[in-house]
Design a protein around this ligand. Structure first.
Ligand SMILES: [Zn+2]
Length: 247
């Protein structure tokens, strides 16, 4: 079966951070993601709010979620295109939050016939306005959701502001499924993200993607940590049976 390619991940991350997508201006990146996913056999839809919904294969699905908007500005992107990528500059916002999450999803999409569902939202950084527009029917064929929008490494956000994102039973199932593949996450509490809204419909956790100094101009990503999470997610997608003991 498929493997995670570090080269593929880097290529996607480079492409993604060169497309400006401040909150409210996500259309170009949404269209880019739509095209990439369609080429890989996904059924893709952009809803009235601008969110990208996609699926490939037979359900029930694990849903992978990331947000398309960033705190990166157009000027940052211009500088990056000018060579900032080859020579990283600390005063540039690269928009790793949450383009690392999207790059992980795209890297998984490169693996032929791997079935999963995708939700890329708009407006996460400005109150999660995109995710609120998702209808409950969109979650009907979903087993659980993995949001890819947590900083640091090997952390799994299981509650937000003290409210659990799934029942204790479900959190144990997800935790155990990762450990079975050799991917032990530390359970932590977190603050606002799309995961909170999604968890009203399906069991959800928010996973670390190796971004550090999030929401500062000094934001950086540790590629090996992002790839570790990509491999953990691949393990879960290939072993959906581990998630079927609870319902
Ligand atoms: Zn984020």
């Amino acid at each position: 079966m498929g493997r995670i390619s570090g080269t593929t991940f880097r290529k996607y991350l480079r492409d993604l951070i060169c497309i400006p997508s401040p909150s409210g201006r996500e259309e170009p990146i949404a269209m880019w993601c739509e095209l990439e996913l369609e080429e890989r056999g996904f059924e893709v839809e952009i809803d009235h709010a601008g969110n990208v919904l996609a699926k490939r294969g037979e359900g029930p699905f694990v849903l992978l979620n990331a947000h398309m908007d960033t705190t990166q500005s157009k000027d940052d992107v211009r500088e990056i295109r000018d060579g900032g990528l080859r020579r990283p500059r600390l005063d540039l916002r690269y928009g790793f939050d949450d383009k690392v999450g999207i790059a992980i999803i795209m890297t998984l999409a490169e693996i032929d016939d791997l079935p999963f569902k995708v939700l890329l939202t708009v407006g996460e950084e400005v109150g999660g306005i995109g995710v609120k527009e998702i209808s409950c029917e969109s979650y009907e064929d979903v087993i659980c959701c993995l949001t890819l929008d947590r900083g640091n490494a090997r952390e799994m956000v299981t509650s937000i502001n003290g409210i659990n994102l799934a029942t204790d039973g479900w959190l144990d199932v997800i935790d155990r499924a990762f450990r079975r593949g050799g991917f032990p996450f530390d359970r932590v509490g977190g603050r606002g993200s799309d995961a909170r809204a999604i968890s009203k419909y399906v069991p959800t956790v928010n996973l670390s993607v190796g971004i550090h100094e999030m929401h500062t101009p000094y934001e950086f990503v540790k590629i090996d940590e992002a790839l570790w999470t990509a491999k953990a997610v691949l393990h879960l997608l290939m072993n959906r049976g581990l998630l079927e003991m609870k319902g």
